[in-house]
Design a protein around this ligand. Structure first.
Ligand SMILES: Cc1cc2nc3c(=O)[nH]c(=O)nc-3n(C[C@H](O)[C@H](O)[C@H](O)COP(=O)(O)OP(=O)(O)OC[C@H]3O[C@@H](n4cnc5c(N)ncnc54)[C@H](O)[C@@H]3O)c2cc1C
Length: 392
């Protein structure tokens, strides 16, 4: 802990600050999208605004945003610059996992001492040196967060040697730390390790030319016996499994960006219809009304679910969370598609924001571990087939 504690910023102050940042990011979004380049300028602004410490507790010098506060801030950033919000999410989720979420879990006295030390190390890097964290978990082997992990962390003197491969590693060239999940031989507890960028044996490979969310720079990472110091094990071993099974609402965080994107679709549609002078047409008004309904339903459900997030959720709460994921991750492309119809042909032309939002919106449903297919599969079994509630 440090002596630089400040009072936590209120949620409305944080959202207002995010709105100011977001409006600046929006002016750059088309350029990063067309280049599939990383928005370094946006992250410099986030750093200057102390937003890298958004979800760092105040006693460690951060802004002290809770999970529910973060949802609203992420909504606002996603409204203006979805790809930046999505990569910023990878950073913020690590802060929440090690902070608010870890605080809700069960630890032995020795584990608690370790956790406190790791928090202090991690948060000092963020608050004092502006370290940016990524979260490349995906390996393309299994849908679950704790299943199919083939990355190996071999314990050695002072740390681990990590060998493996991660796909879709957002912030691949921008992060200072790549926070991965890995297993040690003969030990089934998942380890959550921060691999330093630029470490010997770490390679970034593959092209990045996707349909949407192009400014996330989500290339592949290859680890060949990369040394990770012991103090970069952010949670005691098994802590990640505990978070994944006991605090599963943290998987919702990806959808915060997409509710923001949905709001961005509303903004862009309204602006476009007014600019083209077609606001008096009943058919345009009908489309505009439908867009608002899809957005408000998804946003209301997301916020209700986020406000009940915590340890060991009841089956009904978990089901609502899966339903919220589907409402958002399918609602976003549905809205973006409808918005293009309402806009008409010229809304399809670059650099109209609707064209970009349409492409960005399509990406959310594929994102694991709570992809739309996974959530629908679980919802389809819930209440009908035994053993559906396994959240990880
Ligand atoms: C823009 C973008 C950024 C990303 N950034 C990151 C990141 O920073 N970190 C990270 O870890 N990952 C990231 N991902 C990866 C993402 O979370 C998924 O892992 C990836 O999209 C899955 O790729 P896939 O569809 O080829 O996987 P596959 O594993 O082949 O899955 C195929 C499809 O089948 C479905 N499916 C598979 N198994 C089941 C099952 N048992 N039940 C129901 N449905 C199933 C999945 O939902 C998925 O839609 C990112 C993805 C995108 C698009």
């Amino acid at each position: 802990m440090t002596g630089k504690m400040r009072p936590a910023m209120r949620r409305d102050e944080l959202v207002e600050e995010a709105a100011g940042l977001g409006r600046r990011f929006a002016t750059r979004a088309a350029k990063f999208d067309s280049e599939a380049g990383f928005p370094y300028e946006d992250f410099a602004d986030l750093r200057d605004a102390r937003f890298l410490g958004l979800c760092v507790p105040t006693e460690y010098g951060g802004l002290g945003a809770s999970f529910a506060d973060y949802c609203r801030v992420s909504n606002e950033l996603g409204r203006h610059a979805p790809a930046t919000a999505l990569t910023f999410n990878m950073h913020c989720v690590t802060m929440l996992l090690v902070g608010q979420i870890a605080a809700d879990l069960h630890w032995s006295a020795a584990e608690l001492v370790t956790l406190q030390a790791r928090r202090a190390h991690l948060y000092a890097g963020v608050v004092e040196r502006g370290s940016l964290h990524a979260q490349p978990f995906s390996e393309g082997n299994a849908p679950g967060a704790t299943a199919g992990i083939q990355t190996v962390a071999e314990p050695v003197d002072g740390g681990f040697l990590v060998t493996g491969r991660k796909i879709f590693a957002s912030l691949s060239e921008a992060a200072d730390l790549h926070n991965i999940v890995a297993l040690s031989p003969g030990d089934d507890r998942v380890r959550f390790l921060g691999v330093p960028a630029g470490a010997d044996g770490l390679r970034i490979e593959g092209d990045w030319d996707p349909v949407g969310m192009r400014a996330t720079l989500s290339r592949n990472l290859v680890f060949d016996r990369v040394f990770v110091p012991q103090e970069n094990e952010w949670l005691p071993p098994g802590g990640f499994d505990q978070a994944a099974t006991r605090w599963p609402h943290f998987y919702l965080t990806l959808s915060f960006t997409y509710v923001g994107l949905m709001r961005g679709v509303l903004d862009a549609t309204q602006e476009y219809v007014l600019r083209s002078g077609r606001q008096a047409h009943p058919i345009k008004q009908h489309g505009w009304a439908e867009l608002q309904v899809i957005y408000e339903q998804a946003r209301a459900l997301q916020h209700a679910v986020v406000d009940e997030a915590g340890t060991d959720p009841a089956p009904d709460s978990l089901r609502r969370a899966w339903a919220a994921m589907v409402a958002v991750m399918e609602g976003a492309p549905q809205m973006a598609s409808l918005a293009l119809r309402v806009g008409g042909g010229r809304a399809l032309l670059k650099p109209e924001p609707l064209e970009r939002l349409f492409r960005d919106a399509r990406c959310g449903a594929t994102m694991l571990p709570w992809s739309v297919e996974v959530c629908l599969e679980r919802l389809g079994r819930a209440g009908l087939v035994e053993g559906t509630e396994a959240p990880a």
